[in-house]
Ligand binder design. Structure first.
Ligand SMILES: Nc1nc2c(ncn2[C@@H]2O[C@H](COP(=O)(O)OP(=O)(O)OP(=O)(O)O)[C@@H](O)[C@H]2O)c(=O)[nH]1
Ligand SMILES: [Mg+2]
Length: 194
């Protein structure tokens, strides 16, 4: 896909602030530090459109990135960040869950998990929640550049099992090398066209 104009639009906490209109939203969910913001940057060929963090857990709001007025990438705050106070974590989780459940504009939810690690309990809980919304979703195993190419498939298969995800709904990706980027655009385009 050829992107001409990707821009940050708004950072929100409450639904009263969500963008108006019917532009479809492609949502990035996942643990803090898994690579959500890097994913957005690499997909739109911009180094620092979405702020990536050397200090994880900085993002506590939902960030909307307008892609050619065609769709939004929505960067969710990461979960599992232990330095955040419990009440703060609950506040963030409530706003994320309510968005995922109620927002009409959501077209596709992408759950990112690190290809190198067994999914955490938080990942499994998030996966189950996403399934419970009844929305279209895929899982992307991030940081595929960190393991040998020949091992990618077996790592992806293990994660698919742990999250109980169909084989055709899980894809490896690397924001660093952009390996497999074509597959991901294909899925996104398909979801935007249906
Ligand atoms: N090698 C490699 N590193 C990556 C990749 N994607 C992200 N990273 C690195 O992982 C770290 C975290 O990436 P972010 O994109 O900030 O992660 P995030 O999920 O947005 O984190 P939060 O905003 O804290 O929830 C950064 O140092 C990135 O450079 C990847 O595909 N390969
Ligand atoms: Mg981020």
């Amino acid at each position: 896909m050829n992107i001409n104009n990707a821009k940050f639009e708004i950072s929100v906490m409450n639904k009263s602030q969500y963008p108006k209109g019917k532009t479809p939203e492609i949502v990035l969910a996942g643990k803090s530090n898994v690579g959500k913001s890097s994913f957005i940057n690499s997909m739109v060929n911009r180094k620092s459109l979405a702020r990536t963090s050397s200090a994880p857990g900085k993002t506590r709001q939902l960030n909307f990135y307008n892609i050619d007025d065609y769709f939004y990438f929505v960067d969710l705050p990461g979960y599992g960040y232990s330095e955040m106070s419990k009440s703060e974590q609950e506040k963030v989780a409530t706003s994320v869950n309510s968005y995922l459940k109620n927002r009409q504009n959501i077209n596709l939810i992408i759950l990112l998990v690190d290809i190198r690690h067994k999914p955490t309990q938080n990942d499994i809980t998030m996966m189950d929640y996403i399934k419970s919304t009844g929305r279209r979703y895929i899982v992307i195993t991030s940081k595929a550049d960190k393991i040998a190419k020949t091992k990618v498939k077996s790592y992806v298969d293990d994660i698919a099992k742990a999250l109980d995800v169909q084989e055709d709904l899980i894809f490896p990706y690397s924001s660093e090398t952009k390996a497999y980027v074509e597959n991901i655009w294909e899925v996104i385009n398909e979801s935007l066209n249906s």
